[in-house]
Design a binder for this molecule. Sequence first.
Ligand code: FES
Ligand SMILES: [Fe+2]
Length: 356
Amino acid sequence: MDTRPPAATLPAVAYHDAAWYAAERHAVFATEWQLAGFRTHLRRPGDFVTHDLAGWSVLVVVDGDGGLRAFHNVCRHRAGPLCTAAEGHAAALVCGYHGWVYGLDGRLQRARDFGTDLDPDDFGLAAVDVDEWRGFVFVRLAADGPSLADALGTLPARCADQPIEKLTYSHRLEHTVDANWKTYTDNYGEGYHVPLVHPGLHRQIDARDYCVAVHDGWAEHTAPARDGAIATGVWLWRYPNLGLNLSTEGMNVERWVPDGPRRTRIIYDFFFADVSPATDAARREVERFGVEVLDEDRRICEAVQRNLESGAYDVGRLSPRHEAGVLAFQQRVRRAVAGYESASAGSSSNASEFTQ
Ligand code: FES
Ligand SMILES: [Fe+2]
């Protein structure tokens, strides 16, 4: 039996308040390396992917030398979008508003009908840091911070035995949950809810022995898989919003991205070891099962979100036995937001409102 005292949750206001969300955009989403896409979509010069994170649109492109470059997906003329597809190929980056043309290095090549009135060197795209780990392409909006390798900490060592490079990209699914991104993360961070919320998953794993091991910025969820289960009972979470859901058939990479304080986009990218027709049924079952679990999580998260906004609840308590992952996540958000607020002291909001 765990004898640690229960810890307080974040206050309900953190889950819907505009000031909290504004602070989190900078303190969490601009500060942390964020998965923007996969190298499998970024092979030849001109291949690009786009990713929207907490209101910022970012594009990653392969430049003429084969290197990765990332930019804000924002034209320097009047903020038009350059790439609108999630992935694609382009010889140059052309704004969809008035047609300014940028090279794959982000340099402005042509400002339509401006003549010589404009120095192109003053209007290159705003660059963003980009780096790669085993085919996962990450970006970071903040100019300073740890390298991707340092930020990932010991997670790569944990994944050393995972045959990631042998898996083939299959497809993407996107869903929307009408809840704050932390409502979804809190839910992802514990298996306490499995017996009540996920009857199908509960038939595949033994939730009594569900374990969340918290590491430096990531956590490993394990639960004994029952005979014949497609769920291996291993899930890896990385702060703040990345999940690697491992199955016997492959891997489902999950990102959840805030779309305002009350809505979260869930992006699933499926990879499989075998994509031959012989495994069609097995792959369809992995997807069906993933969507079933997501639908169950969506319903509970949306109900929780409504209650968090109702005014009937303020602060709860976290189970020392089951919710260590939730606690680690919430403590990190609390520290990040308080640090951001004190660094921007002099602004109208007050750090104390984020640290209660
Ligand atoms: S906003 Fe891009 S060309 Fe005008
Ligand atoms: Fe769940």
